[in-house]
Design a protein around this ligand. Structure first.
Ligand SMILES: CC(=O)N[C@H]1[C@@H](OP(=O)(O)OP(=O)(O)OC[C@H]2O[C@@H](n3ccc(=O)[nH]c3=O)[C@H](O)[C@@H]2O)O[C@H](CO)[C@@H](O)[C@@H]1O
Ligand SMILES: C=C(OP(=O)(O)O)C(=O)O
Length: 440
């Protein structure tokens, strides 16, 4: 079993560069399936486990895909399957995002139900409601969703019951090739939606309103490959911001876009952390006393649920009691029990965690139950007395490139010990770079 070992107490300092955003690159790679001619060149694609998974998925559908030096090239002029393999969808929920592009382009898609995961049940009803409104027939059988449309999808007015990121992306991609105009109301407004819309527009799509609650998509006849640079990862950036604050250090987080981090910057400042915004990144200095604050996760531009656990780690070191309310996912407090192993005092009451500050965190053996829980445990360990051993780190590998090496370079006492591959996450037999496609 692989693990990360941290000996806490080091003050971090220096500069750390943010990689491209996981949550932007995944839908963008899915969207590349819409291009019937030309090659897409996707720059700043982080080498993450999730990216490897979608790479395998795109390849399994017949597209040519190649990864080199953080650049992904996709030629999807020929596809020979509309069915996503269960082993890949099981590993990563974002695999479900190939449904919209396949349905729009091939008129049919068969995708395993992505199922729930540690943080919640995560239904897909809003995705399906959108496809049905555009004329698709949806059938569920043997654990698969099968979507079909006779001819082309038709533009429709779709109101989302929840401003779902994935549903907005899936429906937006499908609507690019629909006949007529689609409106998505109560659309998600995350920066990753804007990035996807920019890529699709570069492919020839006609999308307006990305970043607002109403998207208008005028269908076009075809799309082609395009060149696109992925936005920096605001959650990775936020995680390093907390690393600076929790170790009382000073870090410059290069590449962070402050505009995407407003809720995080604002909460950190409320806690007494110094944050200096810069056009090339953000500097965070955690020297002063930390104040307790209350916080609530919300869809963008509210406080991101993907930063909740990391902020909770920091609140353990603040003066006083904080309330952390999670409104996006119903089960995103799995890190609490692990923090408690590290001497934290936290009580969960429904959707709110009551977090006692002034905690003397102590090193312990803990387990990462999901991606951000894992990141939060690394952060808590950086501020703990003694040694912390974190297992379940395949979750962390889904979303952080070289987290151990990056923290080492900033002065942390952290190392990774690689053991046998966890059965649950056993990589596919086809290696990531095993078969390089030939390019036309
Ligand atoms: C790959 C990716 O981009 N993942 C992000 C994306 O996940 P994802 O796209 O899965 O998250 P959603 O925005 O869809 O989910 C938000 C809420 O809506 C609910 N819901 C969603 C779809 C649906 O059809 N029905 C429904 O009820 C979910 O259960 C959840 O409670 O946005 C989340 C919320 O910011 C982030 O935490 C994830 O990191
Ligand atoms: C929940 C997350 O990702 P996913 O939607 O891919 O599970 C995350 O990035 O924190």
């Amino acid at each position: 079993m692989s693990k990360i070992i941290v000996r806490g107490g080091k003050r971090l300092s220096g500069k750390v560069k943010v990689h491209g955003a996981k949550n932007a690159v995944l839908p963008i790679i899915a969207a590349s399936l819409l291009g019937t001619k030309g090659i897409s060149v996707i720059k700043d694609a982080p080498l993450l486990e999730d990216v490897k998974t979608i790479y395998q998925l795109i390849k399994s559908l017949g597209a040519q895909i190649k990864y080199e030096n953080e650049v992904i090239r996709v030629d999807s002029s020929r596809l020979d399957s509309c069915e996503a393999p269960y082993e890949l969808v099981r590993k990563m929920r974002a695999s479900f995002l190939v449904l919209g592009p396949l349905l729009a382009r091939m008129g049919r898609a068969r995708i395993p139900l992505p199922g729930g995961c540690a943080i919640g049940t995560r239904p897909i009803d809003q995705h399906l409601k959108g496809f049905e409104a555009m004329g698709a027939d949806i059938e569920l059988g043997q654990g698969f969703i099968e979507a079909r449309v006779k001819g082309k999808l038709r533009g429709a007015k779709i109101y989302l019951d929840v401003a779902s990121v994935g549903a907005t992306e899936n429906i937006m991609m499908a609507a690019t090739l629909a006949e007529g105009t689609t409106y998505i109301e109560n659309a998600a407004m995350e920066p990753e939606i804007v990035d996807l819309a920019n890529y699709l527009n570069a492919m020839g799509a006609r999308i307006r309103g990305a970043g607002t609650g109403v998207l208008r998509i005028d269908g076009v006849d075809s799309l082609q490959g395009a060149i696109h640079t992925v936005i920096p990862d605001r959650i990775e950036a936020g995680t390093y911001m907390v690393a600076a604050a929790i170790t009382r250090g000073t870090l410059f987080i290069e590449g962070a876009i402050c505009d995407h981090l407003k809720p995080v910057i604002s909460k950190l400042r409320e806690m007494g952390v110094k944050v200096l915004e810069d056009e090339n990144g953000v500097e965070v200095c955690g020297e002063g006393p930390l104040r307790a604050v209350d916080m609530k996760t919300l869809p963008y531009p509210g406080f991101p649920t993907d930063m909740q656990s990391q902020m909770m780690a920091l609140l353990l070191k603040a003066e006083g009691t904080s309330l952390v309310t999670e409104t996006v996912f119903e089960n995103r407090f799995m890190h609490v029990d692990e923090f408690i192993r590290m001497n934290a005092e936290i009580k969960v009451e429904g959707r709110t965690a009551v977090v006692q500050g002034n905690t003397r965190l102590r090193g312990a053996k803990v387990n990462a139950t999901d991606l951000r829980a894992g990141a939060a445990l690394v952060l808590a360990a950086l501020a703990a007395d003694g040694e912390t051993e974190i297992s379940g780190i395949h979750h962390i590998d889904r979303g952080y490139v070289n987290i151990v090496e990056k923290l080492q370079a900033l002065g942390a006492d952290i190392q990774r010990v690689d053991g046998a591959v966890e059965v649950e996450e056993k990589p596919s037999e086809v290696g990531f770079f095993a078969v390089q496609p030939t390019w036309a």
